[in-house]
Design a protein. Structure first.
Lengths: 115, 115
DNA sequence: TTACTATATTCGCAATTACGAATATAATGA
DNA sequence: TCATTATATTCGTAATTGCGAATATAGTAA
């Protein structure tokens, strides 16, 4: 096994998640299996667009699909990705906090420069 | 703050990581700051290509850069992303193990079908 | 000042992505 | 069998991506 295989795998997963709509789909599936139609309705997507995004998620092994009658049910292949999303949520709020602190600092400096 | 802001943020980070070369760069920076030239040499990249990948990482706030004389040093903005990479490593090996088990199963079934 | 080193940016090219509309395919119901 | 529902795939289009080559920009040394 080459280190590059692992990197390629990771890059594939990251690519699958590199779109807000696909993140929203994964978040939706966090609570369990859903039919494609529900994904369309709950995220208010064009059917074709949802289907394309679901295909991306299928192809990079983030979700699994199961046909039941005329419906296709989607679920997360592994809940570990939720952990990844939660880590990034933390990161986002850290960055946000730091940005706001920086803005406050700049404001303070400018106020002092006016004195 | 809209939920979509968070998703867009996440998608941006995932996009930054959605290429094996950029993952390799992040892994390299795990151990600390490096000049761009070292990234080029250690990963054996074309200079221009490395620079483009570094620009992507800069633009999505994964790395920070600092100019010192005629060199630019890069470092990870936050080590949390290493955690993300490590989680995906686990995931990869889980999937690999499951795939191998499946192959074994299929082999066993085929051997039985020959009896 | 010119030459060299370091690295960012642009260029040209081909491939890929994302969207909505259109179409194809599969399953169910009347 | 035809009509309807469900959803995947293709199409057309514009935008984006990734590569190496070429070029631009910045800093240092001679």
């Amino acid at each position: 096994m080459m280190p590059d295989d692992l990197r390629r795998f990771k890059a594939e997963i990251f690519h699958g998640l590199a779109h807000p709509t696909r993140i929203a789909i994964v978040e939706l599936l966090r609570d369990g299996e859903l039919p494609a139609g529900s994904v369309v309705a709950r995220l208010q997507l064009e059917q074709a667009n949802a289907s394309q995004h679901l295909a991306v998620l299928r192809n990079c092994q983030i979700v699994t699909s199961q046909k039941k009658a005329n419906q296709v049910f989607y679920s997360l292949r592994d809940p570990v990705l939720i952990e990844v999303l939660d880590i990034l949520k933390r990161y986002f709020f850290t960055q946000l906090t730091q940005t706001m602190s920086l803005i406050e600092e700049i404001k303070t400096e400018e106020a002092q420069n006016l004195e």
